[in-house]
Structures are given as structure tokens and as C-alpha cells.
Ligand binder design. Structure first.
Ligand code: CA
Length: 711
């Protein structure tokens, strides 16, 4: 593969020059330099560190630290906080902590190194992701974390670069373009380093892309191998590690001109590695487009699958497909936990996953064989699973085949999304952040590949048109922390959180489970029974997973706050109702026993007033505007022109009163420097004016229905 593009990195990339002197105090170089495969494989010998995304290669997110435990957790207090600043966008990072230094990522793929005991900043790195990249991703400008290997920090950026930084100074050492945002690819996930190779995937399954993972030499950035998860155009070899297996197994499951829309199968979140079996596990996303009739009949391998590869060369070993021919965006990218479980009297090496489709899977991780599966949340798209783990289909859920909208559970946000779960080997339970959400899918009749906007083959229009369906969706909306027994495939306990889209989970040897939630609470539960032992209000919604670490004999628990993501952007009024709504200030919060720092207060509230011009457009124009708005604008500015609180709510936009200004923004790209790119190639002037008419009508509806809580 000669795709590699080694980019000369100039110092101009750096926002803040490295500050080596400050770092010396906590021996940052010494800590990070020692991180290699042996150190990560034996992470429990250094329980004070958090070395890789899931703490260990097994991704259990269980810490052996027990200074903070179920008897003393009531004395937990804030030790320090760090104001992240910048946009109030989603914060999804799992910070790594090595040798007393915390490596934290933030929205827009920035990295900051902090003294983990004091919060003092050691260095910061800003890759200056072009704002235009925002419009080429589905789910907010998130970043979930870095990888560390032999003194270097590896970062995937939203616009598709993989960058190596010095762990001591934050200076870039090399940078490669591994994916192109202009083609619909984005990176939000953390890389993993295995045997000296940095492995990184990408997202874009909603934008007509073709998924792949690539391995780079950690030292030089040279491309080592690439594995495509779905076949490309017949007769055009990729010369990649996946060529043989795609031709042999995957291509026969695709039909028609499937390559036109990319096919999907994107590897956008966590990976796991078993050093004994020497297997790298990757999870793949939905088919592109969602609409299977447009995409291709058949199972469409390897979409919504778990694949085991050899880390040296990307050689295929096994796969397990969860949702053959998926049409509901049921990604299988969610975290995979490697554990040893006693099943039927025998210890099995298993892989656990609770993906978006609502089913908890237990697989034999040596062979990929299905061992068991059960719904962890209500599902209606399948009647159950066969003995081989294949779903028993419910015909009417296939909106694309029936031509009728279908209300499916879970919805497109998933019963469980990227928010990590944890596994406690002491209790034998998996702690899982569950969102109960339905979604109405409706297939578009005609689908053409767009340069901008989502390419799902779903017109996103059924929801606002049918109040009965909206009521059903509202009724089903909830979230809970679920303790799940993976052996019996039954719940042990659950805590209702009231709202969906809550934080990832940490379990510790102190008998504790930590989780933040969308209502801004950060809570410690007793691992055995879910009793709430300690809680603090942070005034900002939390989706990121907590971690714990130890410096100089003191245990800390850390969580990043800042709400948003796919649900926050797209779910409109549902999103607005499902979060604390006190300003969404991005911060890192770090707690310890006896911590005395005061929790920062929320910023003063603002009360914008609706001031729409008169609604004079015809019903036909407003209907056209609604269809264009839902199709192009709703995924960022919110369903039915109600912002979930992350990006501007257009009902309040001053430009509503100025049709010329509205055109200069939407067609002319006036606000492109801020990320609102021009839609000139996608929407005509007439359609753009119709969108304005629709938003004006929605603003008037809002005024009229305020008391009745419209939707
Ligand atoms: Ca997806």
C-alpha cells in the first residue's frame, strides 16, 4: 500500500509550546517512556496508572485501587478541576494517567497534559481541525482519548489524521492522513497500540464511506497494513490485508451496485487485544446507507460484526455478524470486554459486547463462536436469536422492504452506545449504561449520494408528522444503569436515571461503581446492589466515563463533563428535556477523599426571546422547508427545529428576519469559518427560503404552544 502520506509537521501546528520544566516535577517522561506491550499486559503491577483506553487490553475498566471504597466514599470531595474552555461541545474522553501525568483529550481533538495531583497544565496541543469538518461527521466533534507507547502520545483527529506527540513536551513528531473528512470520514475513537503498531479506524457510516482500520509503525508513522471491512468495486483490488477474505467470504453477500454508497462497516470506537491468543478485535458499524433496499440485499459482511485479526499483518481470523443486512444503524462498534467466565462448569475465554441492537452477546473469543445472547433492553426488531446467534427477523421492522415507516426499539442511538461499560471480576457483573429509546425509520423513495449531509436513505420525516408516534417515543424514553450477569444473561439490579444518554461507567476493587449522568450528577453506587452511596451535582451533563488513578499514595477519581453527541445534536426537544441545562461548561473534575475544593457554580442563565417575523409562506412552501430541514439540518440543529442545546437553535436566529442574510449564510457560506458550511451544492435558493419559512412557522408554533410543551 502506497497510500501513506507522511506530512511534514511544522511548529505552526502547536497552540502552546511545550513546557518541559513544569513536567519535570512529576517525571512525565519517565512514566510514558516505560509504556509498552509488557507494561500494558501487566497493568495491575502499576495500578496507580491508567495506561490504555480501557485501562488494560481487556477493556474491563475495572481498577484494583480500593483506598476509596464503599465504607469511606462519603468523604469524597473535589480535589481540583480544570476548565477546558472553547466550545461547549461534547466531551467523551477517557484520560490516560502515567507516572502522575494525565493526558486528556477534548472536543475538536485537542490534547492537554496535566499534573494529575494538582491539575496544573504541563502542555497542550491543538491540531487545528478545520471547522468545515464538523458538517462531515454525524455525532459532534468528539474525541475519546489517546494511546501512549514508549514516550509518545497518539491522537486521531476529527478530520482524519493520526498524530504522534512527545509525551514530555506535546510536540508533534509525525502525522499521517489516515482518512479524509471531505470524503465523509471522521475520527472520534482512541487508537490502540499493539506490538509497536498504532491501529486506528474511522467513522462515516452515515456519509457513504467504506470502513477500514490501518496499522502504522509507532516509531515512524509508516503504514504497515490496512483492513477494509466491506468489499469495494469488483475488479478493483485494494492491495490490502483484507483482499482475500473480502473476495472469499464478504463479496458474495453483496449485490447490485453496492459500492456506490461505500457500504459502511466503519470501525469508529473501541478495539481490544488478547496477548495470549494474539488476536486484535475490532467492531464494525452499520451498512451505508441504512436503507438496505438501496444498499444491497443480503447479509452484507462485514457490517455490524466483530472481527478478529492478527495485529502483525491484519490477517483475518474469524468474524461474528450481529445484524445481517442491518437497516437500523445497529453498529457493533461498542466496547468489547475480554473476560474469563465459568460457563457450564468450565472457564471460557469470552468476549462480551452490548451493542446498539439491544442484545448482550457472549462469544468464545478464540473462535468467535456464539455462546449466548439476551436482550438487555426491550427490542422489537427481532423475535430472539437462533442457536447460532442469528436474529429471528420481524418483517414489519424492515421499513425499506415494506415501504411503511417502522418504530423500532432500540432506536438509531442504540440501547447502549459508545459510553463504556465495565466488568467487575469480584461481583462477576457488567455495569452497563442503557438508553431506552425508540426511533421511527422511514425509507426515502429516491436516494442519491450527497456531497454534504447524511446518506442514510432515511428521510427523517415520519417523526414530527405523527403525534401518536411521538407520544409512543416519549413514553419509551428512559435511561438506567444496569448491572448484568453475563453468565445467567439476567439483570442483577438496575438504577433508573430518568433520562437516556448518560455517562460511561467505572468499577473499582473498592466495591464501587461510578457514573455521571445527563442531569449533571456524578454518583458512586455500591457494586453489589446499586445502592447510591455518594453523589455530587456538577451542573453540566456527563457522558464521558470516569477513571481512577493514584499519585503519591493518594487515590483520585476523575470525570470529564460536557454534554452533546449524536443524541444531543439531533434529538430536538427530547434532548433538551434530557439534560441538566445549566450552561454545559466543559471541565475535568478530579475527586479524592477529604477533597475540599468547591464545585464551580454554573454560569448565569440566559433567556433568549423568540422574535420571529410574521409567518406568511404557503403551507406547501412550509412543507417543502420541513422536508429539507429534516433531511439536511435536523441532524445538527435538532429535530423539528428544536436545538438540543449544543448548536444554535434556529428558531431564535436573528437571520430569520432577513431572507438575504439567510441566503448568504446557507448558500453563501457566510458563517463557514465557524463551521456552518455552505449548502449551495445541495439546496436551491428556493429550498433554502422554504427552510426559513418552516423555521419561522416552528417559532410561531413554539410561542403558541409554550405552556403545552410542544413537540
Ligand atoms: Ca452508525
Amino acid at each position: 500500500m502506497l497510500r501513506i502520506a507522511l506530512v511534514a509537521v511544522s511548529l505552526g501546528l502547536m497552540a502552546v509550546p511545550g513546557c518541559a520544566l513544569a513536567g519535570a516535577a512529576v517525571s512525565s517522561a519517565g512514566g510514558a517512556v516505560a509504556v509498552d506491550g509488557a507494561r500494558i499486559a501487566h497493568a495491575d503491577r502499576h495500578p496507580g496508572d491508567w495506561l490504555t483506553y480501557g485501562r488494560t487490553y481487556s477493556e474491563q475498566r475495572f481498577s484494583p485501587l480500593a483506598q476509596i471504597n464503599d465504607r469511606d466514599v462519603g468523604r469524597l470531595g473535589l480535589a481540583w478541576h480544570y476548565d477546558i474552555g472553547g466550545d461547549r461541545r461534547v466531551q467523551e474522553s477517557t484520560p490516560l494517567v502515567v507516572g502522575g501525568v494525565m493526558y486528556l483529550t477534548t472536543a475538536w481533538s485537542r490534547v492537554v497534559a496535566l499534573n494529575a495531583a494538582t491539575g496544573k497544565r504541563l502542555w497542550a496541543f491543538d491540531p487545528h481541525v478545520p471547522r468545515a469538518a464538523d458538517a462531515h461527521g454525524c455525532c459532534d466533534v468528539a474525541n475519546r482519548g489517546v494511546a501512549i507507547w514508549r514516550g509518545r502520545v497518539y491522537l486521531g483527529t476529527y478530520d482524519g489524521r493520526l498524530i504522534a506527540l512527545s509525551a514530555t513536551t506535546g510536540k508533534p513528531l509525525w502525522s499521517v492522513r489516515t482518512a479524509d473528512y471531505a470524503q465523509g470520514y471522521t475520527i472520534t475513537g482512541a487508537p490502540i497500540v499493539v506490538k509497536g503498531r498504532v491501529i486506528i479506524g474511522n467513522g462515516g457510516g452515515e456519509f457513504g464511506t467504506r470502513g477500514y482500520v490501518t496499522a502504522y509503525d509507532a516509531r515512524t508513522g509508516r503504514e504497515d497494513w490496512r483492513f477494509y471491512t466491506v468489499p469495494g468495486k469488483p475488479g478493483v483490488p485494494d492491495r490490502a490485508a483484507s483482499d482475500a477474505v473480502l473476495n472469499r467470504i464478504a463479496r458474495p453477500t453483496w449485490h447490485g451496485h453496492y459500492w456506490r454508497f461505500g457500504g459502511g462497516g466503519n470501525v469508529w470506537d473501541s478495539m481490544a487485544y488478547d496477548a495470549k491468543l494474539d488476536l486484535l478485535y475490532i467492531g464494525t458499524g452499520n451498512g451505508a446507507p441504512w436503507n438496505g433496499t438501496v444498499r444491497s440485499p443480503g447479509a452484507n459482511l462485514f457490517i455490524t460484526s466483530i472481527i478478529a485479526l492478527r495485529p502483525e499483518n491484519g490477517e483475518y481470523v474469524w468474524h461474528f455478524q450481529e445484524v445481517p443486512g442491518d437497516v437500523w444503524d445497529y453498529d457493533a462498534d461498542q466496547q468489547m470486554i475480554l473476560a474469563d467466565l465459568r460457563l457450564h462448569g468450565r472457564v471460557r475465554r469470552v468476549l462480551l459486547q452490548a451493542p446498539k441492537d439491544g442484545i448482550f452477546y457472549v462469544l468464545d473469543r478464540a473462535t468467535g463462536r456464539f455462546l449466548s445472547g439476551a436482550p438487555y433492553t426491550p427490542i422489537n426488531w427481532a423475535r430472539g436469536l437462533t442457536a447460532r446467534g442469528e436474529p429471528i427477523e420481524v418483517h414489519k421492522a424492515f421499513y425499506d422492504r415494506t415501504g411503511k415507516p417502522a418504530l423500532a426499539m432500540p432506536g438509531a442511538a442504540g440501547g447502549h452506545n459508545w459510553q463504556p461499560m465495565s466488568y467487575d471480576p469480584q461481583t462477576g457483573l457488567v455495569y452497563l449504561p442503557v438508553s431506552a429509546m425508540a426511533f421511527t425509520y422511514s425509507g426515502a423513495r429516491r436516494v442519491a449520494l450527497r456531497r454534504l449531509g447524511w446518506n442514510t436513505g432515511d428521510n427523517f420525516i415520519a417523526l414530527p408528522q405523527n403525534p401518536r408516534v411521538v407520544a409512543q417515543i416519549r413514553k419509551a424514553l428512559s435511561g438506567y444503569l444496569l448491572a448484568w450477569n453475563p453468565v445467567t444473561q439476567r439483570p442483577a439490579w438496575r438504577v433508573a436515571l430518568g433520562t437516556p444518554w448518560n455517562g460511561g461507567v467505572l468499577a473499582t476493587a473498592g466495591g464501587l461503581v461510578f457514573q455521571g449522568d445527563a442531569m449533571g450528577r456524578f454518583v458512586a453506587y455500591r457494586a453489589a446492589d446499586g445502592k447510591r452511596l455518594w453523589s455530587v451535582q456538577t451542573h453540566t451533563g456527563i457522558v464521558a466515563p470516569p477513571i481512577t488513578y493514584q499519585v503519591a499514595g493518594q487515590q483520585y477519581v476523575a470525570v470529564q463533563i460536557g454534554w452533546g453527541g449524536a443524541f444531543g445534536l439531533a434529538a430536538g426537544q427530547l434532548a433538551l428535556d434530557s439534560q441538566v441545562n445549566e450552561g454545559n461548561v466543559p471541565r475535568m473534575l478530579v475527586f479524592r477523599l477529604g477533597g475540599t475544593e468547591a464545585m464551580p457554580s454554573p454560569p448565569p442563565g440566559t433567556h433568549p426571546r423568540l422574535n420571529p417575523p410574521p409567518s406568511t409562506a404557503s403551507a406547501a412552501t412550509i412543507a417543502l422547508g420541513e422536508s429539507r430541514y429534516q433531511s439536511y439540518c435536523s441532524v445538527c440543529h435538532g429535530d423539528s427545529a428544536v436545538s438540543g442545546g449544543v448548536l444554535p437553535d434556529l428558531r431564535y436566529a436573528p437571520a430569520l428576519a432577513d431572507p438575504a442574510l439567510w441566503q448568504r449564510i446557507v448558500q453563501g457560506g457566510l458563517l463557514a469559518p465557524g463551521g456552518m458550511v455552505s449548502f449551495a451544492g445541495q439546496l436551491s435558493r428556493r429550498q433554502i427560503e422554504a427552510v426559513r419559512a418552516y423555521v419561522i412557522a416552528r417559532a410561531h408554533q413554539t410561542e403558541g404552544e409554550r405552556a403545552a410543551r410542544p413537540y
